[in-house]
Structures are given as structure tokens and as C-alpha cells.
Design a binder for this molecule. Structure first.
Ligand code: DHB
Ligand code: FE
Length: 283
């Protein structure tokens, strides 16, 4: 694993994640704001907070420290980071209960739409001197009945060999290690890229400070983010992990599922190859 010394600041990636989230409002649509639902869910959240206070005899200084911390999360733009690390996995869990096909997992804060469209066999955009072990992800997109889906979009984004995402770290060029790969007539794709490194939540912001104060660790295992779209089918948002990788059993974002772990094999030339097929249910 290669981690980094040259950390982009939490404030930098937090603010970019906030901006990206605001820009995604149109893509996501609005939420149901039925007052009964608001009341039921918010009352349950407050009850959870109240019972934690009673159970642990939370003091006034602790209450004021919590207020100061919440203010800082807002001021540094870290709410998308915090929500996606600590809460999104449960929303994904309840959403996917009734869904068939490939397992989904969290989207996280670093998706950017409208990336380069690439042919089914392709290389992701990368720097001339991009570091990292070459990796090829190949497979097929199918309907749950087994029909290959031609022209499906495999929208992929991942961190570099230092664990940084383009668009959220100043030293990585825009569009790096991102692309929308279109499957061939047989629904197949073969994507050349590099092995991503584990991802570390920025430790210099309030989310990182909380993790440190609690004695937790800030790591996610190395992963590829993938959104698979095909006309007439439900879009899948998922991630693929790497067998034997660090933090696989203790992901801070709790987003690993056993069905999503790749087992890449060295092809003898130093390139790691992994196969994964996606199955989409009708919309
Ligand atoms: C976060 C980062 C990720 O790369 C991810 O997949 C999920 C969450 C985060 O910093 O919040
Ligand atoms: Fe990620």
C-alpha cells in the first residue's frame, strides 16, 4: 500500500464535496416532505439522541463541545463526507432490501457526472507518469434473466495510488481515473486502469478529529466506484474491493459486502486482471 505525505486539506476536499453535492441536486430530484413522515423520522432521531444523553449522563461541557463540533462540520463543508462515511450505508441497506441483481453499496461524496465516454475496451484517462500497478477490470453487463445489455454505461471513478480523487485534490488533474465505459454488442467491457490505494478520511478536519478523539481509524479499503446504467433497467451504484486488501474487515464507512470483493490475478506481465459481471433488474 502506498499512503501519502502530501495530504490535500480536509477543508479542500470537504468544500469540493459540498460543491459537488449542491451541483447534483437536479440529478437526484427532491425528497418526499410529507409532514407526517418528517415528524416520525425526526422524532425518532431526537429520541435516539435523548436516550444517548440519558444513558451516558452527557454533561454540559460535552453538550457545548458537540455544538462547537457541529458548527465546524458545517463551516468546513464536511457534511457530505461525514454523512457518506457514517450514515449512507444504512440508507443503502434499507433501499436495497427489495432489489435483485448485483449488490449496491454507498456512492460516497466523490462522484462527478459527465465524464469522458469510452469504448468498451479502453484505458481510463490518467497522467503520463501515473503511479500504480496496472489493473484491468473486465466483464459483462446483463439483465437478471441473463440477456447481455449492449450500450450499457459502466461509469467508473476511483482514487489514485496515493488515495486521492480527481476533482477533490488539487494535485490530480480533472477527469483523471474517471470514465463512462459503453459496453459492446455482447454487453462486455474491459477497462484498463491502475490499482487504487486505500482511502483515508482527511484527518485535519472535524470528521478526522472526531475519529481521532474516539480512537477509531480513518481508513476505507481500496475500492473502485461503479455506477451501471442501461435503458429500461434500475441503475446500480456499487463499489468493488480487492481480496486480501487492508481495512477490508474494518471499513470506516461499513460499505464492504462479500459479493463485491474482486480476486485479481497477475497475468504474468505485471498487470492484475479481475472479472466482474453486473446484473441489472428491470426498472
Ligand atoms: C468517503 C470517501 C470515499 O471514497 C467513499 O467511498 C465514501 C466516503 C468520505 O470521505 O466520506
Ligand atoms: Fe471512495
Amino acid at each position: 500500500m502506498s499512503t501519502t505525505q502530501q495530504s490535500p486539506t480536509a477543508a479542500g476536499s470537504g468544500a469540493s464535496a459540498t460543491e459537488a453535492f449542491r451541483a447534483s441536486k437536479e440529478r437526484r430530484g427532491g425528497a418526499n416532505v410529507d409532514p407526517e413522515r418528517v415528524s416520525a423520522v425526526v422524532a425518532a432521531i431526537l429520541q435516539g439522541v435523548h436516550s444517548a444523553i440519558r444513558e451516558h449522563n452527557v454533561t454540559y461541557p460535552e453538550f457545548q463541545a458537540a455544538k462547537a463540533w457541529l458548527m465546524e462540520v458545517g463551516e468546513t463543508g464536511e457534511w457530505p463526507l461525514f454523512m457518506d462515511v457514517f450514515i449512507e450505508h444504512v440508507v443503502e441497506e434499507v433501499t436495497s432490501e427489495q432489489q435483485q441483481g448485483t449488490k449496491g453499496t454507498i456512492e460516497g461524496p466523490y462522484y462527478l457526472p459527465d465524464q469522458a465516454r469510452l469504448e468498451s475496451t479502453c484505458q481510463l484517462p490518467r497522467r503520463d507518469d501515473e503511479k500504480g500497478t496496472p489493473l484491468v477490470l473486465e466483464g459483462q453487463v446483463r439483465d437478471i434473466d441473463g440477456t447481455p445489455l449492449a450500450g450499457a454505461e459502466v461509469d467508473i471513478w476511483h482514487a489514485d495510488d496515493d488515495g486521492y480523487y480527481s476533482g477533490f485534490a488539487p494535485q490530480v488533474p480533472e477527469g483523471n481515473l474517471r470514465g463512462v465505459v459503453v459496453t459492446d454488442n455482447d454487453g462486455r467491457f474491459a477497462i484498463g486502469t491502475i490499482q487504487p490505494a486505500p482511502y483515508q478520511i482527511p484527518t485535519d478536519g472535524p470528521t478526522g478529529k472526531l475519529i481521532e478523539a474516539a480512537g477509531w481509524h480513518p481508513w476505507r479499503p481500496a475500492h473502485l466506484h461503479i455506477m451501471v446504467r442501461a435503458e429500461g433497467h434500475r441503475t446500480i451504484t456499487t463499489q468493488l474491493y480487492f481480496a486480501g486488501g487492508e481495512w477490508l474487515d474494518s471499513d470506516v464507512a461499513e460499505a464492504v459486502k462479500p459479493e463485491l470483493v474482486l480476486e485479481p490475478q497477475d497475468d504474468g506481465s505485471g498487470t492484475r486482471r479481475a472479472t466482474y459481471d453486473f446484473e441489472l433488474e428491470p426498472a
